[in-house]
Design a protein around this ligand. Structure first.
Ligand code: RIB
Ligand code: CA
Length: 314
């Protein structure tokens, strides 16, 4: 029986790879895509989500969500990393379809009401839509099967500040709300995503296998890989968002640690994810107040990317 998921996303080059992955994996049922600002403005995220679903030949509901962070002043979109269009500046056609009327948060609340206990939320952008869903209907935390989040960093440092990962930094107040809610949650952060690389020869095989969708993935990858070469000196790019899907489908490739998360919302460390492993003693218990969650701390990076490629070239 395929795993039903709602995929919350800010496409975004690596988001696009993950969207292709969930669309092509027969073991996943995509209940819907919900969009947020982050790598791009939310209108662009919605346009890209609609376009990618059409390129994959799938009729998937897309619900538009957060245009801004809950509280902080928005910062500029990282057009130098994902392109102004979020897909490497490819000058793509407009999608034929339109987003549904519901907002992302309303879609999440409604779908989990219709299918209590069945749906996994996979969130790979800033977390405003999930935070708003909790605000709209606090019982949503009891109706999801589980929540898988690409974001944060425990031991690996940040990618947008010395300590903060991009999705958490973009909306730390939403992140704090979501990572400390009482729902089953697994965090897939830079500790593992920085252990995975899609190399150029893999993307060439994906391009070959996936027609028009493969072309879009390959061209956006080329733009993104240029940034990774200059910024991190690697030949390829880290499939951050696809790692969240890989954990869901191949948890055997990952190791997790259970503990308590908290998110810094102000000051120099805003967006930092703090982690207190279960059972560890610290000076005081301020860091152990939130519900226990699972954090990915290790991965067989090559096997994870092998799995991604196996789905994307099937
Ligand atoms: O830090 C990586 C995350 O930020 C990924 O989700 C990427 O798409 C960007 O949103
Ligand atoms: Ca993303």
């Amino acid at each position: 029986m395929p795993t039903p998921i709602i995929f919350d996303t800010d496409p975004g080059v690596d988001d696009a790879q993950a969207i292709a992955l969930i669309m092509l994996d027969p073991e996943i049922e995509v209940v819907g895509l919900t969009t947020t600002f982050g790598n791009v403005h939310v209108d662009t995220a919605t346009r890209n989500a609609l376009l990618l679903a059409e390129l994959a030949g799938q009729d998937i509901p897309v619900a538009q969500g957060a245009a801004y962070p809950l509280a902080k002043t928005p910062h500029d979109v990282p057009a130098h990393i994902h392109g102004a269009d979020g897909l490497g500046n490819q000058d793509l056609p407009e999608p034929k379809g339109k987003a549904v009327e519901q907002t992302a948060a309303q879609f999440i609340v409604e779908q989990t009401r219709q299918r209590p206990g069945e749906i996994t939320l996979v969130a790979v952008g800033p977390l405003g839509n999930l935070a708003t869903a909790i605000q709209l209907d606090p019982d949503v935390v009891n109706r999801v099967k589980q929540v898988v989040i690409m974001g944060g960093s425990i031991m690996r440092g940040g990618n947008v500040t010395p300590v903060a990962e991009a999705n958490m930094f973009s909306d730390p107040h939403a992140a704090s709300r979501v990572l400390t809610a009482k729902w089953p949650l697994t965090l897939v952060g830079l500790d593992v995503t920085h252990e995975t690389v899609i190399e150029p020869e893999r993307m060439a095989r994906i391009r070959e296998a996936q027609g028009a969708l493969g072309e879009v993935l390959a061209k956006s990858y080329d733009f993104y890989a240029d940034f990774y070469r200059e910024a991190l000196g690697i030949d390829g790019c880290c499939p951050h968002d696809s790692c969240a899907v890989a954990w869901l489908r191949r948890p055997d490739l990952f190791t997790t640690v259970r503990g308590h998360l908290s998110v810094v919302t102000e000051g120099l460390a805003e967006g930092q994810t703090l982690f207190a492993p279960e059972g560890r003693g610290f000076v005081g218990d301020r860091w152990m107040q939130s519900p226990l969650v699972d954090v990915c701390m290790g991965v067989d990076g090559k096997a994870a990317v092998d799995w991604m490629e196996s789905v994307l070239t099937a």
